[in-house]
Design a protein around this ligand. Structure first.
Ligand code: RIB
Length: 304
């Protein structure tokens, strides 16, 4: 079987505002720095895989505009295969407004733009790539019925499926069985279980409850606290990666984790080793400003 990975999701241009704090409702602040960077969870994941020297196809829609050109430029220059990137002049490429505070925390509003036009037909048109893929990875920034259709097709074609449920959205329970790895962060777990996750001790029950819903393997990303894994037979916490440098911007760290995890699985790493690797790559990405621009190469990861 090939090692290739198909990622379905969006590209958007991230309009990043860095300042002391994330502005509160009704507040105006004078910030420190503004930059337009490539972003979108699916695109960030695909670029992570390519930078780690994985074989990756990306399925999305971009507009015929400046941000669409930015997408193609960053995908091509990093080696993401773009046969599944459809140019659609009906709407503009999406954007995200991102506020980042001095500790690197963020708050994001995404307008998916033309990526909202991604359809089941786009998945059908990419079946050849899906058939050749070992892994299918997606998130929830496109119309959810297309995500679910694609997961179904991926399973039909024997792919290992990873759903990063970000941003959290209602998933019909008939689809839970299609998901081999469910990778929420703590906030997303709270959405699916409808209760607060306050302490590390809450994770065991959360893991059990998610398994009982029908997901096969659960990975809860915990930011600077590492990651938690639960399956029918195993449960463990993977510690955070101790960074040598200061955290500048956590935007996209979850995407980098998912891309790196998929890449490690495609290379036949054991699940625990794949999580340790993904934690490290994601942590390194937080030491630079931006989502896609902060993703380290495999050489940078190995020398860190
Ligand atoms: O996960 C970070 C990403 O979420 C950003 O790049 C932004 O575009 C949003 O999609």
């Amino acid at each position: 079987m090939s090692n290739s990975i198909t990622v379905l999701g969006i590209f958007v241009a991230d309009l990043c505002f860095k300042g002391k704090n994330i502005p509160r409702v009704g507040e105006t602040q004078i910030g420190d720095n503004f930059k337009i960077n490539p972003g979108g969870k699916g695109s960030n994941q695909a670029i992570t895989i390519a930078k780690l020297e994985g074989d990756v196809n990306f399925i999305t829609r971009i507009g015929e505009d400046e941000y669409g050109k930015m997408a193609l430029e960053i995908h091509r220059s990093n080696g993401v295969k773009v046969d599944g990137v459809i140019k659609d002049s009906n709407k503009p490429t999406g954007v995200a407004g991102i506020f980042i505070d001095e500790k690197g925390n963020n708050s994001i509003n995404v307008i998916p733009g033309v990526a909202n036009n991604i359809s089941k037909k786009d998945i059908d048109n990419n079946l050849d790539n899906l058939k050749k893929s070992k892994i299918f990875l997606t998130q929830l920034e496109i119309p959810i019925e297309v995500n679910m259709y694609a997961l179904d097709k991926a399973k039909e074609n024997n792919c290992i499926t990873i759903l990063n449920p970000a941003p959290a959205n209602i998933i019909d329970k008939q689809y839970f069985k299609l998901i081999d790895y469910f990778t929420p962060n703590e906030t997303e777990v709270e959405f699916y279980l409808n209760r607060k996750i306050d302490k590390i001790e809450d994770l065991n029950k959360a893991g059990n409850d998610l398994l009982n819903l029908g997901f096969k393997n659960i990975i809860i990303t915990l930011g600077e606290k590492g990651a938690y894994f639960k399956s029918e037979n195993e449960e463990y916490l993977v510690d955070e990666y101790r960074l040598k440098n200061k955290v500048i911007d956590t935007t996209g760290a979850g995407d980098v984790f998912n891309g790196a995890f998929a890449c490690a699985l495609a290379n036949n790493k054991k699940i625990k080793d794949a999580i340790i690797f993904a934690n490290k790559v994601a942590a390194i990405s937080t030491t630079k400003l931006g989502a896609a621009n902060s993703i380290p190469t495999l050489d940078q990861v190995n020398s860190n």
